[in-house]
Design a binder for this molecule. Sequence first.
Ligand code: F6R
Length: 608
Amino acid sequence: MCGIIGYAGLEEAAPILLDGLERLEYRGYDSAGVAIFTKGGSLLRVRAAGRLTNLHARVLEQLKAGADLHGEVGIGHTRWATHGEPTEENAHPHRSANGKYMVVHNGIIENHAALRKRLQEDGVVFASQTDTEVIAQLLESNDTGDALETMRRTLPQLEGSYAAAILYNQTPDTIYCVRRQSPLLIAMNETGVFLASDSAALLPHSRQIYRLEDGETAMLKAAQTRFYDGAGTEIAKTAIEIARHVTTADRGGYQHFMRKEIDEQPLAVHRTIAPLLHQGTVDLGEAEAVLRNFEDINRVLFLGCGSAYHVGMAGRVVVEEMTGIPAGAELASEFRGFAASIDPRTLVIIVSQSGETADTLMALRLANERGARTLSIVNVEGSSIASESGSVIYTKAGLEVAVATTKAYSTQLAVVYAVAARLAALRGCEQYRLRPFIHALHTLPERLDETLQSTQASAIAWAEEIHEREHAYFIGRNLDYVGAMEGALKLKEISYLHAEAYAAGELKHGTISLIEQGTPVVAVCLRRETAAKTASNVEEVFARGARVFCIAAKPEAKAQTIVIHPTHPLLVTSLAVIPAQLLAYHTAFLRKCDIDKPRSLAKSVTVE
Ligand code: F6R
């Protein structure tokens, strides 16, 4: 959510900043801007509302008009609007009234209204509606002539979360930065120093990454970077090596990243589970540490948001059925209300693609505070959630660019199955139950591949039928309900067609009144233990005129059916999602939506 980039070095900053913003654009794309200390000695800012292409065009215009954009120090930002509309005035960088400070910021300043009022009473005139401008104005009002000292005086006045990069007009060779709750990373190479909110923008320059921790600040110059703790004492930091090459942001001939990422799922799942499977057993590698004194664990709790929460919902069923240990799943954003019963005997499993989702990070911190064992399933190495968890298992989805998750979701599910199998083995699960489960996990990539091949044509035909409708319902029971929830989320987030998921048995308790002639209902009936009951619910909606589409193991009489070859009954969620993703993609395509960057969304949600 929002992207920050910065560079201080020997090369031209503008192309580096624009390239970095391109790599970050999937995290927020309402507006963008850069600020550069020019060789001519001024601090120049260019901003544009809308997509990054608009900023590129604006930069070109400025160059044609003779603007001096040459300089070796600068910062840039791509925005996901929180305070104020996505206009040029609200785009970052934000400048203080007398132009002393220029700030780009991720996060939310929660006391911005009170600070703005106080500054306005002192005569400060604001140029935007953003909370970020408050930081710039406050810095200027506290200016001591020494930017680090000014930051030390100013930061305690800010409440909320922030990662900020700051330029000060008295030190044109320097970028100052600070982190509190929102991620900020730094990397160096022989040409200079780079900072970014996300490793995707740093990896082209270096794989040695420094993470700022909460309260830390840094001063970045071409030849020298200094880190300080919250008290202002200089500290030494150690870089972490990002071992894995991140897949490049290349559409590879596909029209959209999402369609490419759907097709990458079998390979991504294979890459993720292969290191965990060993001749019919599961070994979680370094994450085994979280299972020490396993017999003490009396509860497993999954936490995540959005699709990652759906993974947790599936995990809850699979873990409980395989191990008999009571398991639950909670929305990380709601966790504050549910944390009271967490204790050192709880295994908390955090699911997050980005590893930076603020709600999930806060839930992890709460679980850590309560002494729980924490294991995270994360796709981004060195991310905050990975760093703060007791143990980590990385999904190997590679860079996921489309905002709607597909391959990360599938790899998260696969890791959850592996964890469930390991817990089951430790619990003494009988081999006749464990072996087929691990075998099914082993063959999951092939099953995903078959499902992709066999469901594409029907998904397109279904999309043709539903794309002009206003509402759709997804139903299923148990693990199929998880499939329904993920299917509905995919459809609504990228096609803007209103879609809701219901536990199939719940329809008759109220929602069935919404079913009328032609209402599309997608029923997921893959799990054989519940399929017959869901089939009865299909009859009920059919009797009320619904147009029913089924994802099932055998053809349904009252519905158009996508037949999927059954896998292990506990792995059905992985297969159900494939036609659901394809349906969402093709519906969004027919509705001419911006599939990879749906309106109002961002890839990494770093505000609570
Ligand atoms: C939906 C989607 C989101 C994310 C959620 C959590 O397609 O992508 O619902 O799953 O925002 O994000 P992470 O996994 O990065 O914590």
